[in-house]
Design a binder for this molecule. Structure first.
Ligand SMILES: O=C([O-])CC(=O)C(=O)O
Ligand SMILES: [Mg+2]
Length: 388
């Protein structure tokens, strides 16, 4: 098989909401179609990818470096011994002449292509991606459903505690047991009032509420909030300080007994290893949220899983950021602890298939070949425009 053309584009995924660090008024996203020479039912098979959310589109890097290297790779260089598309060989081709370090600059671009390559490889095999990953990289016995929690609870102009409660009620009505809200964008007293409002909806059960700081706090504020949050026994306290401030995270973990989650802004094996080496993360309770789409794709994510396992971490302690279908397949196949979900945000890219049902905070995988963007009508329309 051969990739005959690559079509890259940019779409807005903007909104009026804010977390403690950024607003999403100009958030956009790279999308990609890789058209193959494999024809099924008179149409070429096409692999699709996009770059999750939280990082902006990476079109320049895709156009100038990553895609030319992929498309100019010698005949056969992207194929394994069986003649099948190898995302690992493609990764080597895309990363040729790239120095180590500085990962965020290009990890998003490579992640977009890696997603499309995996979508295509599974479509060529005629199987859903979770099955393909499990057979190629896992134990051949994937989970048939994945734990998901509903992320939202953003700050927004004019949003009242009542609005926040209604949003959380909608999540519960949609089948989620665990929800997440933003903190750190308001003074502590106001955030505690917002937390109490959400806890009211959750019957007072803090173990069903995660809070996300988006890297806003210095150490003193991190500890001040930690003392205030501890009695709630929350599901987790997320990305409390700067993502690369491992000392802050380590100090926090000595003083905050409940689970901490972080990693959505770490984009490489090396950064993840530093978190585990120096960040004080506790394999018995904490969560690692690295998002495969932002961090060089599944090829790198598997290296990260190997590293975690060598450091005594179970894959079940990983719950990726991003709320997208790619990570849902990875979670089922590699037996992660779950996946994020944004029932209301980041359209048209975010979320799962239109017919996906969440029950008891779990979502089942479907049988569409590849990632299954074909079951997400609004997004598919945008993706098809790239190449049709
Ligand atoms: O607000 C964001 O950038 C998204 C985020 O942190 C998350 O999903 O955990
Ligand atoms: Mg987060």
């Amino acid at each position: 098989m051969r990739i005959v053309s690559a079509h890259e584009g940019v779409i807005p995924i903007s909104s009026s909401m804010s977390n403690a660090f950024i607003d999403f008024s100009t958030m956009d996203c790279s999308i990609l179609a890789l058209v193959s020479d494999v024809v099924v039912d008179g149409k070429p098979l096409v692999g699709y990818g996009f770059n999750s959310n939280g990082r902006y589109s990476a079109g320049e890097i895709l156009r100038r470096r990553i895609l030319p290297r992929l498309m100019d790779a010698p005949e056969g260089a992207l194929l394994d011994e069986a003649g099948d598309l190898s995302p690992s060989f493609a990764w080597e081709a895309m990363m040729r002449n790239e120095k180590p370090g500085g990962h965020g600059e290009r990890s998003v671009a490579v992640g977009v292509v890696d997603m499309a390559l995996h979508d295509l490889a599974a479509k060529v095999a005629g199987v859903p991606l979770y099955r393909w990953i499990s057979d190629h990289y896992g134990d051949g016995d994937p989970d048939d459903s994945v734990f998901v929690y509903a992320a939202g609870g953003y700050y927004a102009p004019g949003k009242s505690d009542r609005d926040l409660q209604d949003e959380m009620r909608r999540f519960l009505d949609a089948g989620y047991d665990v929800v997440k809200m933003k903190i750190g964008g308001a003074p502590l007293a106001e955030d505690l009032r917002r937390i109490e409002a959400v806890l009211e909806v959750l019957g007072g059960d803090g173990s069903r509420l995660a809070v996300d700081v988006n890297g806003r706090f210095d150490l003193d504020t991190a500890l001040e909030y930690a003392r205030a949050l501890d009695p709630y026994d929350l599901f987790w306290y997320e990305e409390v300080g700067d993502p690369l401030d491992y000392r802050l995270n380590a100090t926090l973990s000595e003083q905050y007994k409940n689970p901490i989650a972080t990693g959505e802004n770490l984009f490489s094996l090396q950064d993840a290893r530093n978190l585990v080496r120096y960040g004080g993360m506790r394999p018995d309770r904490d969560y690692i949220q690295i998002d495969p789409a932002l961090s060089y794709g599944l090829v790198e994510y598997r290296r990260i899983q190997d590293m975690l396992s060598q450091h005594g971490w179970s894959s079940r302690r990983c719950i990726p950021h991003g709320g997208h279908q790619f990570s849902l397949h990875i979670a089922a196949a590699l037996k992660l602890g779950g996946n994020e979900s944004y029932p209301g945000e980041f359209q048209p890219t975010g979320g799962f298939a239109d017919d996906a049902v969440v029950e008891g905070s779990r979502v089942a995988l479907d049988d569409r070949p590849g990632i299954g963007f074909e079951g997400k009508a609004n997004f598919l329309e945008v993706l098809r425009e790239l190449h049709e």
